[in-house]
Design a protein around this ligand. Structure first.
Ligand code: SAM
Ligand code: SF4
Length: 328
Protein backbone atom coordinates (compact mmCIF):
# COMPACT_ATOMS: atom_id res chain seq x y z
CA UNK A 1 0.00 0.00 0.00
CA UNK A 2 0.97 3.63 -0.32
CA UNK A 3 1.25 4.68 3.32
CA UNK A 4 2.82 7.85 4.72
CA UNK A 5 4.33 8.65 8.07
CA UNK A 6 1.02 10.18 9.24
CA UNK A 7 -0.80 6.90 8.66
CA UNK A 8 -2.70 8.01 5.58
CA UNK A 9 -3.20 5.48 2.81
CA UNK A 10 -3.34 6.68 -0.80
CA UNK A 11 -5.88 4.75 -2.86
CA UNK A 12 -6.90 7.49 -5.30
CA UNK A 13 -4.53 8.08 -8.23
CA UNK A 14 -4.73 11.21 -10.41
CA UNK A 15 -3.02 10.73 -13.75
CA UNK A 16 -2.30 13.75 -15.91
CA UNK A 17 -2.40 12.79 -19.59
CA UNK A 18 -1.15 16.09 -21.04
CA UNK A 19 -0.25 19.61 -19.95
CA UNK A 20 -1.86 21.10 -23.06
CA UNK A 21 -5.29 22.65 -23.18
CA UNK A 22 -7.76 24.22 -25.58
CA UNK A 23 -8.93 26.76 -22.98
CA UNK A 24 -6.94 29.37 -21.09
CA UNK A 25 -8.83 29.71 -17.80
CA UNK A 26 -7.48 32.78 -16.04
CA UNK A 27 -6.99 30.98 -12.70
CA UNK A 28 -4.97 28.21 -14.39
CA UNK A 29 -3.06 29.34 -17.48
CA UNK A 30 -1.70 32.59 -18.90
CA UNK A 31 -3.10 33.85 -22.20
CA UNK A 32 0.11 32.87 -23.95
CA UNK A 33 3.75 32.11 -23.27
CA UNK A 34 3.42 28.85 -21.31
CA UNK A 35 5.82 26.29 -22.73
CA UNK A 36 4.67 22.68 -23.10
CA UNK A 37 6.35 19.53 -21.94
CA UNK A 38 8.52 18.11 -24.73
CA UNK A 39 6.97 15.15 -26.56
CA UNK A 40 9.78 12.68 -25.73
CA UNK A 41 9.35 13.52 -22.05
CA UNK A 42 5.69 12.53 -22.03
CA UNK A 43 4.82 9.01 -20.96
CA UNK A 44 3.55 6.92 -23.84
CA UNK A 45 0.13 5.27 -23.62
CA UNK A 46 1.82 1.94 -22.84
CA UNK A 47 3.93 3.52 -20.08
CA UNK A 48 0.85 5.09 -18.51
CA UNK A 49 -1.04 1.81 -18.52
CA UNK A 50 1.94 0.00 -17.04
CA UNK A 51 2.24 2.49 -14.17
CA UNK A 52 -1.50 2.36 -13.50
CA UNK A 53 -1.22 -1.43 -13.45
CA UNK A 54 1.57 -1.26 -10.88
CA UNK A 55 -0.51 1.16 -8.78
CA UNK A 56 -3.62 -1.02 -8.93
CA UNK A 57 -2.10 -4.48 -8.61
CA UNK A 58 0.81 -3.80 -6.24
CA UNK A 59 0.01 -0.59 -4.36
CA UNK A 60 -3.66 -0.75 -3.41
CA UNK A 61 -4.96 2.01 -5.70
CA UNK A 62 -8.71 1.56 -6.23
CA UNK A 63 -9.65 4.75 -8.09
CA UNK A 64 -7.98 6.29 -11.11
CA UNK A 65 -8.89 9.72 -12.42
CA UNK A 66 -7.52 11.00 -15.72
CA UNK A 67 -6.91 14.71 -15.91
CA UNK A 68 -4.54 17.31 -17.32
CA UNK A 69 -4.29 19.86 -19.02
CA UNK A 70 -7.20 18.72 -21.08
CA UNK A 71 -7.27 14.89 -21.15
CA UNK A 72 -9.63 14.78 -24.15
CA UNK A 73 -6.73 16.18 -26.21
CA UNK A 74 -4.82 12.93 -25.69
CA UNK A 75 -5.35 10.86 -28.86
CA UNK A 76 -4.96 7.52 -27.05
CA UNK A 77 -7.44 8.29 -24.24
CA UNK A 78 -10.10 5.71 -25.18
CA UNK A 79 -7.46 2.98 -25.47
CA UNK A 80 -5.89 3.93 -22.13
CA UNK A 81 -9.31 3.75 -20.45
CA UNK A 82 -9.99 0.38 -22.07
CA UNK A 83 -6.69 -1.09 -20.87
CA UNK A 84 -7.16 0.25 -17.35
CA UNK A 85 -10.72 -1.10 -17.21
CA UNK A 86 -9.34 -4.58 -17.92
CA UNK A 87 -7.07 -4.53 -14.84
CA UNK A 88 -7.74 -6.89 -11.94
CA UNK A 89 -8.93 -5.72 -9.47
CA UNK A 90 -10.80 -3.31 -11.68
CA UNK A 91 -10.31 0.28 -10.51
CA UNK A 92 -13.03 2.93 -10.61
CA UNK A 93 -12.24 5.13 -13.62
CA UNK A 94 -13.16 8.77 -13.99
CA UNK A 95 -12.17 11.81 -16.01
CA UNK A 96 -11.89 15.50 -15.21
CA UNK A 97 -12.41 17.51 -18.37
CA UNK A 98 -13.46 20.91 -19.64
CA UNK A 99 -16.05 19.02 -21.70
CA UNK A 100 -14.99 20.29 -25.12
CA UNK A 101 -15.20 17.31 -27.46
CA UNK A 102 -17.07 15.16 -24.94
CA UNK A 103 -20.09 15.39 -27.21
CA UNK A 104 -18.21 13.20 -29.68
CA UNK A 105 -16.42 10.88 -27.26
CA UNK A 106 -18.72 10.29 -24.27
CA UNK A 107 -20.31 7.13 -25.68
CA UNK A 108 -16.94 5.63 -26.71
CA UNK A 109 -15.48 6.41 -23.29
CA UNK A 110 -18.40 4.76 -21.53
CA UNK A 111 -18.06 1.76 -23.82
CA UNK A 112 -14.32 1.59 -23.02
CA UNK A 113 -15.11 1.38 -19.30
CA UNK A 114 -15.08 4.94 -18.00
CA UNK A 115 -17.39 5.20 -14.98
CA UNK A 116 -17.85 8.93 -14.37
CA UNK A 117 -16.87 12.43 -15.46
CA UNK A 118 -16.35 15.76 -13.78
CA UNK A 119 -16.87 18.61 -16.22
CA UNK A 120 -15.59 22.06 -15.36
CA UNK A 121 -18.00 24.91 -15.99
CA UNK A 122 -17.85 28.17 -14.08
CA UNK A 123 -20.66 30.18 -15.60
CA UNK A 124 -24.00 29.97 -17.38
CA UNK A 125 -23.27 33.20 -19.29
CA UNK A 126 -21.47 32.70 -22.62
CA UNK A 127 -19.84 36.15 -22.48
CA UNK A 128 -18.47 35.50 -18.97
CA UNK A 129 -17.23 32.10 -20.14
CA UNK A 130 -15.35 33.86 -22.92
CA UNK A 131 -13.55 36.23 -20.57
CA UNK A 132 -12.87 33.56 -17.93
CA UNK A 133 -11.51 30.95 -20.33
CA UNK A 134 -10.40 33.29 -23.14
CA UNK A 135 -12.20 31.07 -25.64
CA UNK A 136 -15.74 31.16 -27.07
CA UNK A 137 -16.65 27.52 -26.36
CA UNK A 138 -19.53 27.70 -23.86
CA UNK A 139 -21.93 25.84 -26.13
CA UNK A 140 -19.44 22.98 -26.64
CA UNK A 141 -19.18 22.45 -22.89
CA UNK A 142 -22.97 22.34 -22.49
CA UNK A 143 -23.16 19.82 -25.34
CA UNK A 144 -20.41 17.74 -23.72
CA UNK A 145 -22.26 17.69 -20.41
CA UNK A 146 -25.50 16.58 -22.04
CA UNK A 147 -23.67 13.83 -23.94
CA UNK A 148 -21.99 12.56 -20.77
CA UNK A 149 -25.34 12.33 -19.01
CA UNK A 150 -26.92 10.64 -21.99
CA UNK A 151 -24.06 8.12 -22.18
CA UNK A 152 -24.55 7.19 -18.52
CA UNK A 153 -21.27 8.61 -17.21
CA UNK A 154 -23.16 9.36 -14.02
CA UNK A 155 -23.37 10.98 -11.61
CA UNK A 156 -22.13 13.80 -13.87
CA UNK A 157 -20.34 16.24 -11.63
CA UNK A 158 -19.70 19.87 -12.48
CA UNK A 159 -16.71 21.73 -11.03
CA UNK A 160 -17.00 25.51 -10.69
CA UNK A 161 -14.44 28.06 -9.57
CA UNK A 162 -15.84 31.46 -8.62
CA UNK A 163 -13.71 34.46 -9.47
CA UNK A 164 -14.20 38.00 -8.18
CA UNK A 165 -15.30 40.34 -10.93
CA UNK A 166 -16.44 37.53 -13.22
CA UNK A 167 -18.90 34.96 -11.88
CA UNK A 168 -18.84 35.70 -8.13
CA UNK A 169 -22.63 36.16 -8.05
CA UNK A 170 -23.50 32.99 -9.96
CA UNK A 171 -23.50 30.33 -7.24
CA UNK A 172 -27.33 30.13 -6.81
CA UNK A 173 -27.97 30.21 -10.57
CA UNK A 174 -25.41 27.47 -11.16
CA UNK A 175 -27.01 25.33 -8.46
CA UNK A 176 -30.55 25.80 -9.81
CA UNK A 177 -29.30 24.86 -13.28
CA UNK A 178 -27.39 21.80 -11.97
CA UNK A 179 -30.41 20.53 -10.04
CA UNK A 180 -32.63 20.97 -13.12
CA UNK A 181 -30.17 18.97 -15.27
CA UNK A 182 -29.36 16.28 -12.69
CA UNK A 183 -25.70 17.32 -12.43
CA UNK A 184 -23.95 17.32 -9.07
CA UNK A 185 -22.31 20.71 -8.58
CA UNK A 186 -19.12 21.24 -6.61
CA UNK A 187 -17.53 24.60 -6.03
CA UNK A 188 -13.75 24.69 -5.73
CA UNK A 189 -11.99 27.52 -3.93
CA UNK A 190 -9.43 29.19 -6.13
CA UNK A 191 -5.97 27.88 -5.21
CA UNK A 192 -2.49 29.36 -5.77
CA UNK A 193 -1.69 27.13 -8.73
CA UNK A 194 -1.98 29.48 -11.70
CA UNK A 195 1.02 29.70 -14.01
CA UNK A 196 1.12 33.49 -13.67
CA UNK A 197 1.30 33.35 -9.84
CA UNK A 198 -1.56 35.84 -9.67
CA UNK A 199 -3.50 34.26 -6.78
CA UNK A 200 -4.23 36.50 -3.81
CA UNK A 201 -5.80 35.35 -0.58
CA UNK A 202 -7.37 38.78 -0.11
CA UNK A 203 -10.55 38.97 -2.16
CA UNK A 204 -10.70 35.27 -2.99
CA UNK A 205 -14.17 33.77 -2.77
CA UNK A 206 -14.17 31.40 0.17
CA UNK A 207 -16.25 28.33 0.95
CA UNK A 208 -18.03 30.46 3.56
CA UNK A 209 -18.92 33.09 0.94
CA UNK A 210 -20.21 30.40 -1.43
CA UNK A 211 -22.41 28.78 1.23
CA UNK A 212 -23.81 32.15 2.31
CA UNK A 213 -24.64 32.98 -1.29
CA UNK A 214 -26.34 29.60 -1.87
CA UNK A 215 -28.38 29.99 1.32
CA UNK A 216 -30.01 33.13 -0.06
CA UNK A 217 -32.01 30.79 -2.33
CA UNK A 218 -31.71 27.24 -0.99
CA UNK A 219 -31.91 25.39 2.28
CA UNK A 220 -28.70 23.45 2.74
CA UNK A 221 -28.51 20.60 5.22
CA UNK A 222 -25.16 19.09 6.06
CA UNK A 223 -25.10 15.44 5.08
CA UNK A 224 -25.02 13.00 7.95
CA UNK A 225 -21.89 10.91 8.25
CA UNK A 226 -18.22 11.46 7.87
CA UNK A 227 -16.57 13.66 5.30
CA UNK A 228 -13.91 10.90 5.16
CA UNK A 229 -11.25 11.45 2.56
CA UNK A 230 -13.61 13.25 0.16
CA UNK A 231 -12.39 16.81 -0.33
CA UNK A 232 -15.92 18.14 -0.89
CA UNK A 233 -18.12 18.88 2.06
CA UNK A 234 -21.57 18.05 0.79
CA UNK A 235 -24.97 19.48 1.54
CA UNK A 236 -28.46 18.31 0.66
CA UNK A 237 -30.28 20.93 -1.38
CA UNK A 238 -33.79 21.76 -0.12
CA UNK A 239 -33.99 18.42 1.70
CA UNK A 240 -32.51 16.36 -1.18
CA UNK A 241 -32.04 14.19 -3.09
CA UNK A 242 -29.76 16.68 -4.91
CA UNK A 243 -26.50 17.62 -3.30
CA UNK A 244 -23.97 20.40 -3.63
CA UNK A 245 -20.32 20.20 -2.65
CA UNK A 246 -17.81 22.83 -1.65
CA UNK A 247 -14.09 22.10 -1.80
CA UNK A 248 -12.42 24.53 0.56
CA UNK A 249 -8.81 23.57 -0.10
CA UNK A 250 -7.63 26.96 1.16
CA UNK A 251 -9.97 27.79 4.05
CA UNK A 252 -11.17 24.28 5.04
CA UNK A 253 -8.27 21.98 4.17
CA UNK A 254 -8.76 18.23 4.26
CA UNK A 255 -5.09 17.21 4.29
CA UNK A 256 -5.43 15.00 7.39
CA UNK A 257 -7.71 12.65 5.44
CA UNK A 258 -6.01 12.93 2.04
CA UNK A 259 -5.92 9.65 0.09
CA UNK A 260 -4.32 10.91 -3.15
CA UNK A 261 -1.23 10.19 -5.13
CA UNK A 262 -0.45 11.90 -8.44
CA UNK A 263 1.39 11.08 -11.62
CA UNK A 264 2.28 13.88 -14.04
CA UNK A 265 2.21 13.48 -17.82
CA UNK A 266 6.02 13.28 -17.77
CA UNK A 267 6.08 10.50 -15.21
CA UNK A 268 6.78 12.32 -11.95
CA UNK A 269 5.12 11.21 -8.72
CA UNK A 270 3.66 14.06 -6.69
CA UNK A 271 2.44 13.46 -3.17
CA UNK A 272 0.31 16.64 -3.12
CA UNK A 273 -0.94 19.38 -5.47
CA UNK A 274 1.23 21.79 -3.49
CA UNK A 275 4.33 19.62 -3.15
CA UNK A 276 7.62 21.29 -4.04
CA UNK A 277 9.34 17.97 -4.70
CA UNK A 278 8.67 15.23 -7.22
CA UNK A 279 9.97 11.71 -7.70
CA UNK A 280 11.06 10.66 -11.15
CA UNK A 281 9.37 7.38 -12.00
CA UNK A 282 9.94 7.78 -15.74
CA UNK A 283 13.72 7.49 -15.43
CA UNK A 284 13.40 4.17 -13.60
CA UNK A 285 10.76 2.97 -16.05
CA UNK A 286 12.89 3.79 -19.07
CA UNK A 287 16.02 2.30 -17.59
CA UNK A 288 14.28 -1.09 -17.48
CA UNK A 289 13.24 -1.29 -13.81
CA UNK A 290 10.93 -4.22 -13.07
CA UNK A 291 7.46 -3.61 -11.60
CA UNK A 292 8.66 -4.36 -8.04
CA UNK A 293 11.26 -1.60 -8.29
CA UNK A 294 8.70 0.90 -9.65
CA UNK A 295 6.38 0.00 -6.77
CA UNK A 296 9.22 0.45 -4.27
CA UNK A 297 10.05 3.93 -5.62
CA UNK A 298 6.37 4.92 -5.48
CA UNK A 299 6.01 3.65 -1.88
CA UNK A 300 9.13 5.51 -0.82
CA UNK A 301 7.90 8.75 -2.44
CA UNK A 302 4.56 8.56 -0.65
CA UNK A 303 6.23 7.77 2.68
CA UNK A 304 7.69 11.29 2.48
CA UNK A 305 4.30 12.99 2.00
CA UNK A 306 4.05 16.13 4.15
CA UNK A 307 1.33 16.56 6.76
CA UNK A 308 -0.37 19.41 4.94
CA UNK A 309 -0.35 21.70 1.93
CA UNK A 310 1.69 24.35 3.77
CA UNK A 311 -0.66 27.05 2.44
CA UNK A 312 -0.96 28.70 5.82
CA UNK A 313 2.78 28.68 6.41
CA UNK A 314 4.29 32.16 5.94
CA UNK A 315 7.15 30.54 4.00
CA UNK A 316 4.75 28.83 1.54
CA UNK A 317 6.03 28.91 -2.01
CA UNK A 318 3.77 28.15 -4.94
CA UNK A 319 4.90 24.99 -6.77
CA UNK A 320 6.96 25.47 -9.92
CA UNK A 321 4.46 23.57 -12.03
CA UNK A 322 1.13 25.22 -12.73
CA UNK A 323 -2.13 23.30 -12.21
CA UNK A 324 -2.31 22.46 -15.92
CA UNK A 325 1.00 20.57 -15.71
CA UNK A 326 0.36 18.94 -12.33
CA UNK A 327 -3.07 17.55 -13.14
CA UNK A 328 -5.93 19.00 -11.14
N1 SAM B 1 -8.91 20.68 -18.17
C1 SAM B 1 -9.68 19.89 -17.29
C2 SAM B 1 -10.72 20.71 -16.56
O1 SAM B 1 -10.66 21.93 -16.62
O2 SAM B 1 -11.57 20.10 -15.91
C3 SAM B 1 -8.85 19.11 -16.28
C4 SAM B 1 -7.71 19.82 -15.64
S1 SAM B 1 -8.14 21.20 -14.62
C5 SAM B 1 -6.56 21.69 -14.04
C6 SAM B 1 -8.92 20.38 -13.25
C7 SAM B 1 -9.74 21.24 -12.34
O3 SAM B 1 -8.89 22.16 -11.69
C8 SAM B 1 -10.82 22.07 -13.04
O4 SAM B 1 -12.06 21.83 -12.41
C9 SAM B 1 -10.39 23.50 -12.82
O5 SAM B 1 -11.48 24.36 -12.68
C10 SAM B 1 -9.58 23.38 -11.56
N2 SAM B 1 -8.58 24.44 -11.39
C11 SAM B 1 -7.64 24.87 -12.25
N3 SAM B 1 -6.89 25.84 -11.71
C12 SAM B 1 -7.39 26.05 -10.48
C13 SAM B 1 -7.05 26.92 -9.40
N4 SAM B 1 -6.05 27.80 -9.50
N5 SAM B 1 -7.76 26.84 -8.26
C14 SAM B 1 -8.79 25.96 -8.14
N6 SAM B 1 -9.15 25.10 -9.10
C15 SAM B 1 -8.46 25.15 -10.26
FE1 SF4 C 1 -7.51 24.07 -19.34
FE2 SF4 C 1 -8.68 22.89 -17.27
FE3 SF4 C 1 -6.73 24.72 -16.90
FE4 SF4 C 1 -9.07 25.53 -17.84
S1 SF4 C 1 -8.69 24.59 -15.81
S2 SF4 C 1 -7.05 26.10 -18.65
S3 SF4 C 1 -9.71 23.83 -19.03
S4 SF4 C 1 -6.50 22.74 -17.81
Amino acid sequence: MLIDTYGRVATDLRVSLTDRCNLRCTYCMPEEGLSWLAKPDLLTDEEIVRLVRVAVTALGVTEVRFTGGEPLLRPGLVGIVQECAALEPRPQLSLTTNGIGLGRTAAALKEAGLDRVNVSLDTLRPEVFKTLTRRDRHQDVLAGLAAAHEAGLTPVKVNSVLMPGHNADEAPDLLAWAVAHDYELRFIEQMPLDAQHGWKREGMITAGDILASLRTRFTLTEEAGERGSAPAERWLVDGGPHRVGVIGSVTRPFCAACDRTRLTADGQIRTCLFASEETDLRAALRSGAPDEELARIWRQAMWGKKAGSGLDDPSFLQPQRPMSAIGG
